[in-house]
Design a protein. Structure first.
Length: 473
């Protein structure tokens, strides 16, 4: 598990990604997206889930952590706090292949450890990078297996930037989110090279600390030697060498503000995302809602001023109302709920039509011709909120995932992404980088991930709900 070092609890929530002028042009954003995709393609198969393994009963334990294979013969880097030199471990690759490994060396003072796969073979591996040339605001990619998504076979991806190349205790501090289960997982540069190994977090979303890869390089001989090693024993200090790609590495001073690159998406759709208030257990609950068009589904526009709003069902209770553009409270009627997707459809009289300002879209078209598949791993997506004015940009963590690990068990395939959202942001739409509707944010099961119901499942729910309501009139 990731070690958690609690500092003073902060009441503010740091927004993750970004809005940065250096990528504000579409061309440059596309180049960044291409770099992310290439790095993921190089590194993905080398990221592995690791579980303690009982050789007598041939059974795996319940807890797990993460590692990264860094050599063809199966050398694995991970965090020392997750392993014991006495244990054997089961190693699970993203393609389902399972092998076993022994812990070799372990340096507790640096939280560094090396495992070696027992079965001889040629394994997918990631190239070692260097941590000495890292710069502030340099883009980076994290992979791991969050414990809250324990049935997830594939590593979860997060995108961020280096906040401090030599943070507290000499560890790399980045905005790539971590949580228990991610311990020992890799931090990559945009060349797909390992630059750090996940070590610990604090209460702040920006406090994610990795062991610099240069420590592994310096003490490789001791790590390859069986046993627990102490600082006083570390006589080996191998030369680091020089990073041949150092000249290609750069930081982007405004990396923490990527949302500006997608300002057009926010401008287009912010009027279509509204606050939804209701009563649950005699308390007022807030969540976001998405105003949708029905003409894209049924071929006719709304003519009586009724607007239709999608939201998160389990956060919409009795006496719901929606705040209109001018701040007025408009009573909402619940048309339908769907437990498996946790979606609710509301009708709100007087919500439409809304006079759109230049460039605005006041209702989201969810028809099949206007929505897209959540896209590939690492694809940018934009989330909006009915309560907070800023867009939140994230990357896709996985293409498809079923809801076995959430309260939405038995539901449709979903997709995950890594945006930092508040619970009241759920119920709002997610768009791809081109402003095309791809789903509704519906749950936040962990520190690192948000669940979204994809557009095709949203479309089916709305179509069925409206048709059922029309048939009962």
């Amino acid at each position: 598990m990731v070690k958690i070092k609690w500092r003073t609890l902060r009441t503010t929530l740091c927004l993750f990604l970004f809005s940065f002028p250096v990528f504000s042009q579409t061309k440059n954003t596309a180049l960044l997206q291409q770099s992310i995709n290439l790095a993921i393609a190089k590194a993905y198969a080398a990221t592995v889930k690791i579980v303690a393994f009982d050789t007598l009963t041939a059974t795996a334990g319940e807890g797990f952590f993460t590692g990264v294979v860094v050599s063809k013969d199966g050398k694995i880097l991970t965090a020392a706090h997750a392993v014991s030199t006495k244990n054997v471990y089961q190693v699970i690759f993203a393609d389902g292949k399972t092998v076993t490994a022994r812990c070799m060396g372990r340096i507790g003072a640096y939280d560094a450890a090396l495992l070696s796969i027992i079965q001889k073979n040629n394994y997918p591996f990631a190239e070692l990078g260097w941590s000495y040339p890292l710069k502030r605001d340099q883009p980076c990619i994290s992979m791991g297996f969050p414990f809250e998504l324990k049935l997830q076979r594939n590593p979860f991806i997060r995108f961020g930037y280096v906040i401090n190349p030599s943070g507290y205790g000499g560890y790399i501090q980045s905005s790539c989110l971590m949580e228990p289960g991610d311990s020992g997982g890799p931090l990559f540069d945009l060349h797909g090279r390992v630059i750090g190994i996940h070590s610990y977090i604090t209460d702040s979303e920006k406090d994610n600390f990795d062991i610099p890869i240069d420590l592994f390089r310096k003490h490789w001989t001791m790590l390859a030697k069986k046993g627990n090693h102490f600082k006083s024993d570390l006589s080996d200090t191998l030369p680091l060498g020089k990073d041949p790609l150092e000249y290609k590495l750069s930081g982007y001073p405004s990396m923490a503000n990527l949302a500006e690159a997608f300002q057009s998406v926010q401008t287009q759709f912010k009027a279509a995302i509204v606050p939804v208030n209701s009563q649950i257990d005699n308390e007022e609950v807030q969540v976001s809602g998405t105003i949708i068009q029905l003409n894209g589904i049924f071929g006719h526009p709304e003519t009586d001023g009724t607007g239709y709003v999608l939201s998160k069902s389990s956060m919409v209770g009795s006496r719901p109302f929606v705040r209109g553009r001018n701040g007025q409270s408009l009573a909402a009627n619940i048309i339908a709920r769907e437990v498996k997707s946790d979606l609710v459809l509301l009708s709100v009289k007087g919500l439409m039509p809304v006079r759109a300002l230049k460039g605005e879209i006041t209702a989201v078209d969810i028809s099949p011709r206007q929505h897209a598949h959540p896209a590939q791993l690492g694809a940018f997506m934009v989330s909006l909120s009915g309560y907070h004015p800023s867009a939140v940009v994230s990357v896709a963590g996985t293409q498809s995932f079923h809801m076995e690990t959430t309260a939405l068990s038995g539901g449709p395939a979903i997709f995950l992404h890594d945006a930092i959202l508040r619970k009241e942001d759920l119920g709002a739409a997610v768009f791809n980088a081109s402003g095309v509707f791809i789903g509704i944010n519906i749950a936040k099961p962990s520190r690192t991930s948000v669940i979204a119901v994809p557009a095709d499942a949203v479309n089916r729910f709305v179509r069925k709900a409206i048709q059922t309501a029309a048939a009962t009139k």
